[in-house]
Structures are given as C-alpha cells and as structure tokens.
Design a protein around this ligand. Structure first.
Ligand SMILES: Nc1ncnc2c1ncn2[C@@H]1O[C@H](COP(=O)(O)OP(=O)(O)OP(=O)(O)O)[C@@H](O)[C@H]1O
Length: 249
C-alpha cells in the first residue's frame, strides 16, 4: 500500500570529490517495519543514513522520508524522526530525568507532556529508583536502553539506530530488541545498522551494502534461500567478500 511507505528513495548518491561513498541506492521501507541496514566497514551506511535523516545533502537521486522530500524538506524530516547512535546520544553529566527532559524539549514536547511521559517511561523501564542517577554512572546496557527510549519519546514516525547495541552482551542485546519490537508494534518504523548477525535475523527485512551499492535486500529467510546460506552470517560473508573498498576505520 502506497500510504504505508515511510521511506522511499531512488538513485540516492553521495560523492566526496571523485569518490562515490553511496552509489545510486533505491528502496522502500514500510510503516512499523524493522529494517536492517548492513554492510562492511566503509560500505557507506552512515553516509546513507545521514542523507535519510536530512543531515547531509545527496549529490543526486531523490526520495521522501516520513512523507517529506529529502532534497527540500530536511528540517521537517528532522522533526519527524528519532536518532540514536553509539557515539552521540545522552549527556553523561546530566541525571536520567534531566536527559529525558532535555530531549523531550528538543523534540518539541510541552513541559506537561514531558512530566507525564517521564513518569510513565521510568515506570515502564522499572527505572524509577535511578531517576536522579548521573548517566555516566549507569552500565552501558542501561545507557543504550535509555538512549533508545529518549529517541522514541516523542513517538516519531521513524527511529534511526546506528549500531545501537555495540559492546554489550547477548542477553542485554535481546532486552534491547524487545524494546525495538514494542516500538514497531506501536507503528514506529525502526531503521537499524548493526554488525551483529544474530540481530540481522531479528529484522523483518535486511539490505546489505557493498562498496556503496545495495547488493541485496529481502527478509532474512529469503536472503538465506537466495544466497544458499545457513545463516545471515554466511549471507553477509558471501557478499562482503566481493567488496573492493577497504576501510578499517
Ligand atoms: N566527509 C567525508 N569525506 C570523504 N570521504 C568520506 C566522508 N565521509 C565518509 N567518507 C568515506 O565514505 C566511505 C563510506 O563511509 P561510511 O562512514 O558511510 O561507511 P559505513 O558503512 O558507515 O562504515 P562503518 O561501519 O565503519 O561506520 C568510506 O570510505 C569513508 O572513508
């Protein structure tokens, strides 16, 4: 259904000088879908995601995100999405409740909404006792859960997650993925990059980028069938082997 499409891009390209970081990518993502965006280091995932979020202007190509034109309406896109990355998310020197208030305000909620939703969120996370804790003293897994909760606090149409679960154990990652499914059930589309192939199995659909291009895109089940592989890890290794671009940064 046309109206269910929340991301639609066609021929999206980003060049840095003569170097083509993202090369004519085209795809659709549906409302409530958990969409995995995979690729080896340097494949172009972050660059592509920045274009989708309205942070970086495409060199060519077109598309819409949350119903807005990525070339002309990037400010409106920024207001319709949530964003969480491993590197930039919460303020370490602020308390838990102060972080929630800050991001609620940035995303345009009123003080009353922020207060009500903060109580509800802390209750749901069973985190009331940590209301006044400084974020820097929380374990990494809890920081990630809180960062995700903050990124969907304003009920955005789409939340972009850039390697959200780096560095935590599988049990903690599973808890994180329960939150992802809850958001998806509420109709929030989840666009997620990850290096963990068990997480790729949890996505409704997965795309794999190689050297700036989308090499394959389908459900994990179909990808395994098409590429004659036992696991997503094997699918990924078969495709990533084709990469000529090396970037170990
Ligand atoms: N501002 C820039 N100027 C020049 N080259 C860039 C710039 N940003 C990214 N690149 C290059 O574009 C390519 C794609 O980078 P990008 O960060 O999008 O990859 P990635 O798939 O997100 O990798 P990783 O998994 O390591 O984050 C890399 O070769 C990178 O060096």
């Amino acid at each position: 259904m046309e109206s269910d499409i929340v991301i639609n891009v066609s021929g999206l390209t980003k060049k840095f000088g003569n170097f083509t970081a993202v090369d004519r990518i085209s795809f659709d993502v549906r409302k409530g879908e958990v969409f995995g965006f995979l690729g080896a280091n340097g494949a172009g995932k972050t660059t592509a995601m920045q274009m989708l979020c309205g942070i970086s202007k495409p060199t060519s190509g077109k598309g819409t995100v949350a119903g807005y034109d990525i070339l002309k309406e990037n400010e409106k896109i920024k207001r319709s999405i949530g964003y969480m990355s491993q590197r930039f998310s919460l303020y370490e020197d602020l308390k838990v409740w102060e972080n929630i208030r800050l991001f609620g305000g940035i995303y345009g909620l009123t003080d009353k909404e922020i207060k009500e939703k903060t109580d509800e969120l802390l209750h749901r996370l069973r985190f009331e006792s940590e209301r006044n804790t400084l974020v820097k003293s929380l374990p990494l897994g809890w920081k990630q859960k809180l960062a995700f909760s903050v990124a969907v606090f304003h009920t955005p149409q789409i939340v972009f997650l850039d390697e959200p679960t780096g560095g935590v154990d599988p049990a903690m990652r599973r808890q994180f993925w329960e939150m992802i499914y809850e958001a998806s059930d509420r109709g929030i589309t989840v666009f997620v990059t990850t290096h963990y192939m068990d997480e790729a199995e949890y996505c409704h659909r997965v795309s794999i980028m190689v050297d700036g291009r989308i090499e394959t895109l389908d459900s994990p089940g179909n990808l395994k069938e098409i590429h004659q592989a036992e696991s997503m890890d094997e699918v990924f290794r078969k495709l990533a082997r084709k990469a000529t671009r090396m970037d170990n940064g």
